[in-house]
Design a protein around this ligand. Sequence first.
Ligand code: MG
Ligand code: ZN
Length: 205
Amino acid sequence: MVQRRAIFLDRDGVINHNRPDYIKSWDEFVFLPHALEGLKLIAATGWTTIVITNQSAIGRGIITEAAVRGIHARMIAEAERAGGCIHAVYFCPHKPEDNCACRKPRIGMYLEARSAFGIDLARSYVIGDTVSDVAAAQAIGAQPILVLTGLDSKDQLRLVEENHPGYVVADDLLSAVEWIYQTENLPGKALPKLTRRLDRDLTPR
Ligand SMILES: [Mg+2]
Ligand SMILES: [Zn+2]
């Protein structure tokens, strides 16, 4: 079977502004600057684009699962209007204390996506704003890219630095995708706006 490469995206703090009281409606879903451009550039790779997101607000009774699905439908529509393409969204509805297999840093959602789409995890990327995203990426053997657009990016960066060598850090989603273009020698406009990197040779190959 032909294995596809994927770019896995976290949602809150990567695609849209996160908020400490959770995203509870479409009104509260605000795209981050350049996120739609980033999604468009991802679509041009031809790889599979999958959003993997913890949504414990469902388990906490703050938002219904139907409302979360509605937000995702509108997010996908807006991405497509901007030239992007999100092939699937996986969300974990559980609370941390539920101890499920899907809540990141656990990898249940990535494994589901792998079987549904035939993803080669080792040749895929995970773009996230928290240590959970980076830990999950490393657990599945993908390349993590930490973006600094989350709520507590300084703390997250420190935690990742201390515990998860081998990650890449970029200012935002668009910068992360530009780094992928550069690293993979993908055609098109690859304008490296990299903040910093660790353990990866950035010399163009
Ligand atoms: Mg996040
Ligand atoms: Zn779960």
